[in-house]
Structure formats: C-alpha cells, structure tokens
Design a protein around this ligand. Sequence first.
Ligand SMILES: Cc1cc2nc3c(=O)[nH]c(=O)nc-3n(C[C@H](O)[C@H](O)[C@H](O)COP(=O)(O)O)c2cc1C
Length: 166
Amino acid sequence: MKKIGIFYGTTTGTTAEVAREIAKALNVKPEDVKDVAKTAPSAVGDYDVLILGASTWGAGDMQGDMAEFLDGLESVDLRGKDVAFFGVGDEQMSDTFCNAVGEMYYRLRNTGANFIARYNVDGLEFRHSEAMVGDLAVGLLVDTTNHPEITGRRINEWCELISREI
Ligand SMILES: Cc1cc2nc3c(=O)[nH]c(=O)nc-3n(C[C@H](O)[C@H](O)[C@H](O)COP(=O)(O)O)c2cc1C
C-alpha cells in the first residue's frame, strides 16, 4: 500500500482545514499531514504519494510558506512519486482564482513526478485560473466562502479519484 503525505501552506487556516478533511477521507494519519511552514522539503522522501495544497493571495500569488517550500522541492527528484494538488481560494478574485494550484503544477513539472487527480470545476464561477488545463483543473479547487454547500462532496469525490489513480 502506498504511503500518502499531505503538505499544505496556509495563512488563516482554511487550507489546513481542507487538508484535514482530505486526510479523513483517505485515512491519512494526523502525523502525515504537514504544515510546510514547519517542514523541510526533504520530508517528502518518506512518502509515495504527495498531496500538496496552498491558498492564493495578493493578485494571484502563491501562499508564502508554500512558495518557500517549493523553492526547495523543485530541485528534489520526485520520480516514482504520485503528486496531487489542491487549493483554496475566493472565486470573487475571478481572474486569479486558485492560481497557486497552477503555479505548484508548473514549478514541479521538471521533477519527474507523476501528476494525478485532475478534477472538474463544476459549480464554481470564475473567469480565469492558472490551474486550468482545458476543461479540468490540475487538481481540486475549493471555495469555502462562496460554495460551502458543495465543498464536502467535492473533497470526497476527489479523494475517490486519488484512490483509483494510485
Ligand atoms: C488580500 C487577499 C487576496 C486574495 N487573493 C486571492 C486570489 O488572487 N485568488 C484566490 O483564489 N483567492 C484569493 N484570496 C482568497 C484566499 O485565498 C482565501 O481567503 C483562502 O481561504 C485563504 O486560505 P488560507 O487561510 O489557507 O491561507 C485572497 C484573499 C485576500 C484576503
């Protein structure tokens, strides 16, 4: 069985909450859910599957702790690892919705990782996101402010997708 680690960057705690929901759905133990502000990028070596989550700030900017974490992670050899992304944002920032998810994906493109769990954006309303490739996002995009009613179902569906793809 593959070992899953969840790594998140959060400023006000929302991405941490979503990370815990994902952990529950996938039976990941609390000690395998890591705040990247307190974690070295080399910690990913303990896992076969990495689930990376970050919020978006400023005008489409990566959450600060995850930005630093990625500085280290983009030079780590991730060959043989499955990597899934999730992000929390506010669709009222309609031109930069969850851009951080796209940034994680593009920054890790040369690590050799196997990217998994692209997912739909049904029910969300925004003009543009760097996370979109065609009709799908490169991971799970969540807006707990404007769409709390669909968040739980989407998290569970996305986790089922991960279970099928790993
Ligand atoms: C000043 C500011 C700028 C923001 N910019 C964006 C943005 O460009 N795109 C987006 O999707 N969300 C944006 N957000 C929304 C945050 O990503 C959202 O509040 C998120 O839940 C924060 O998650 P965190 O507490 O895990 O950091 C912004 C929020 C603030 C307060």
